[in-house]
Design a protein around this ligand. Structure first.
Ligand SMILES: C[S@@+](CC[C@H](N)C(=O)[O-])C[C@H]1O[C@@H](n2cnc3c(N)ncnc32)[C@H](O)[C@@H]1O
Length: 202
């Protein structure tokens, strides 16, 4: 078994995925605050979290927000459903490249730590679907390469996503599908993360 396959299988366990993420990100408070501020969901908003994983970010939304998370990984979804049992949140196994939702079904669509898992062609299919189901806003969070820190380089290499893009590459791929409304970067632990606010194209 090669290292990447071994690592992916280990990280399929929700507890280990969350623990590793917490170590690499250096605690999560800063990331949570940045996401919450960028999303700024109104009560009754319909929010779709694409590639929601273990539901890491679902707690940022209170009961007035109608939250749906989709992912392919059934272990992550089972963990999320258990964590948020009896809350206004649902977790569904669905492929982001072919979503079973109506046009403009969600006010806000989230792509959190998701984009860097896909090569250009697959990502374009997913973003096209996101543009179809998003009504008002799309919020993207993704790592940015940190070239000059050798420790960061090592941990980025261990990330499950093989397609970490720099600012220009991220904006280029998003600009094909959405209108870019805002971009910022912040450092947390060994990572630099971008947070990008977009609106869907008509
Ligand atoms: C790095 S994880 C991020 C999870 C979550 N957004 C977070 O930040 O904690 C990427 C997630 O995308 C999911 N995923 C990969 N391909 C997918 C696809 N085609 N459709 C839906 N989810 C997918 C994986 O199962 C994984 O849970």
């Amino acid at each position: 078994m090669n290292l990447k396959k071994f690592k992916n299988e280990i990280l399929d366990a929700p507890f280990l995925f969350n623990l590793v993420r917490s170590i690499l990100i250096g605690g999560k408070t800063k990331m949570y605050t940045q996401i919450k501020n960028a999303v700024n969901a109104n009560p009754n908003s319909r929010v779709l979290d694409v590639g929601c994983g273990t539901g890491e970010f679902a707690f940022l939304f209170n009961e007035s927000v109608d939250y749906t998370g989709i992912d392919l990984n059934k272990h992550f979804l089972a963990h999320a459903s258990l964590t948020y049992k009896n809350q206004n949140k649902r977790f569904i196994q669905m492929n982001a490249a072919k979503m079973d939702f109506k046009q403009k079904e969600f006010d806000i669509v989230l792509l959190l730590s998701f984009m860097h898992h896909f090569p250009g062609e697959t990502l374009n299919k997913i973003l096209k679907e996101v543009n179809r189901v998003a009504k008002s806003r799309i919020i993207v969070l993704d790592p940015i390469p940190r070239k000059y820190n050798p420790l960061s380089k090592l941990f980025y290499a261990l990330d499950r996503g093989d397609f970490i893009r720099n600012k220009k590459e991220q904006l280029t791929v998003l600009d094909k599908h959405f209108k870019i409304e805002g971009y910022k970067e912040f450092k947390t632990g060994l990572y630099t993360l971008s947070i990008i606010q977009c609106s869907p194209n008509p």
